[in-house]
Design a protein around this ligand. Structure first.
Ligand code: PLP
Length: 430
């Protein structure tokens, strides 16, 4: 496939992706039969993959005008929600007319919707409010990381906080504007691996819903967002404490891979709903990473090896322009493949090195500490796991064109997204 389509190349396993979606959907529907599973388009909007998800029964979670148009084109608007901090008036109009639910995140959206309604431009929109419980959702043995994480969770730009009167005030404003508030929405973060922390964070959301329902607000859906973590990728959760220990040459607690246990989470969430007497609500979610990430690998070719006195660099042709989230200290599983020798293993004599990309800036590092086979050479391939989320949809052409995407359903693979050509890069010039 690398020879046929060149590298870097994203490779999707369609059968695995389809099965993963089917499994997720089955578990969710078994616990929350009336709820929806909205596919997070921003995680990956490739039409072929979105179509597979919609055929299985998933709806769409859109966060921009072009994603909204994508959902309209894919006929996914009967089960769709519009999220995000920017919803232009024209987009709000399109969404309301198409029957897409709108989760209000700025009061200005409400004003725009009022104008549209008063002008007779839109039917009664299906409205929700995005709230922020401000709770930590990650665990770490580094207390300084948790303190910083907790502070960030409480002060993010998304949603209305639940720890003061703001969310309630916005709910009242929606009512005073003459709209019915139907949905409560939250999204806690991404790559959450501990169901118990997700539940802790959701409890204030359910308490808020209970309060609204008691006051006669016609809420019929609670949407808990995405965030379900995968096991093929580990994110560094270090703060100043671990950095200090590193400088002092002291051991730092090891971070291990964990996968979100969906089944046990859904059962526990069901019990929470019962505790709040909210069993009749539709319970929905917006997974992205959990479905896309493990279904895809990134195939990249070694272009050179540089041995310095203090460090060795393994330079490959894939960089942060196509895998930007690697800059958050994400560690992925690697496999090393040689055209002549087949799969190579990093054994006891492995080469400790950094995996650097092709971009002309120092920060372009895919992984800072890896173990590669000692005999790896230019021309060999590195297969990077868990490459399906926030890659194609977050790619830029800084220094290098965006990569192609192939489906691994034939020996050579079939392209579903072509590589960006040099001419594409300059096509915006007037
Ligand atoms: C509103 C919303 N929903 C869903 C998602 C998908 O999250 P994940 O890929 O972690 O499941 C995101 C991602 O950040 C989001 O912002």
């Amino acid at each position: 496939m690398a020879d046929t389509h060149e590298t870097p190349l994203f490779v999707y396993d369609e059968a695995y992706f389809t099965e993963r979606i089917r499994d997720f959907f089955a578990v969710w529907k078994r616990h929350f039969s009336g709820g929806e599973v909205y596919l997070s388009y921003k995680t990956n909007y490739m039409p072929r993959l979105c179509r597979i998800a919609h055929e299985i029964g998933l709806g769409a979670d859109v966060v921009s005008g072009y994603e909204l148009e994508h959902a309209i084109k894919l006929k996914a608007t009967d089960r769709a929600v519009f999220n995000g901090p920017l919803k232009r008036v024209t987009e709000l109009r399109r969404a309301a007319i198409a029957g897409v639910g709108i989760n209000v995140d700025l009061k200005e959206e409400l004003v725009a919707l009022q104008h549209l309604r008063d002008a007779g431009d839109i039917p009664e929109p299906r409205l929700g409010i995005r709230v922020n419980p401000g709770r930590a959702v990650y665990a770490s043995k580094d207390p300084s990381f948790i303190t910083a994480h907790q502070a960030r969770q409480g002060s993010g730009k998304f949603g209305w906080p639940l720890d003061d009167d703001l969310a309630e005030h916005v709910a009242d404003t929606i009512k005073q504007a003459g709209f019915a508030l139907r949905m409560v929405h939250t999204h806690l973060n991404s790559q959450i691996t501990r169901p118990e922390l997700m539940l802790d964070a959701l409890r204030p959301v359910l308490a808020f819903v209970r309060k609204l329902v008691d006051r006669g607000t016609p809420i019929d859906e609670v949407n808990i967002g995405g965030g379900f973590g995968v096991s093929g990728m580990v994110r560094t959760k270090r703060g100043w404490w671990a950095e200090l220990k590193h400088v002092m040459n002291e051991p730092i607690p090891h971070e291990t891979a964990e996968e979100f246990d969906l089944e046990s989470f859904c059962s526990a969430l069901q019990s929470e709903l019962a505790a709040f007497r909210l069993e009749s609500l539709r319970v929905s979610c917006e997974p992205g990473r959990f479905l896309f990430s493990p279904s895809c690998a990134l195939l990249t070719r070694v272009v050179g090896i540089k041995h310095l006195r203090s460090k060795t660099w393994l330079i490959v042709d894939a960089g942060l322009h196509i895998m930007p989230t690697a800059s958050f200290g994400e560690k992925r599983r690697l496999r090393f493949l040689s055209p002549d020798k087949g799969e190579m293993h990093a054994g006891d004599d492995a080469m400790e090195c950094a995996l650097g990309g092709p971009l002309c800036y120092e920060g372009d590092v895919l992984m800072h500490e890896i173990r590669a086979p000692r005999d790896i050479a230019a021309g060999d391939l590195v297969l990077i796991s868990d490459a399906g989320a926030y890659t194609v949809s977050r790619s830029t052409n800084f220094n290098q064109p965006r990569a192609a995407v192939a489906m691994r359903d034939t020996r050579d693979g079939r392209l579903i997204w072509r590589r960006e050509a040099y001419d594409d890069i300059f096509r915006y010039a007037e």
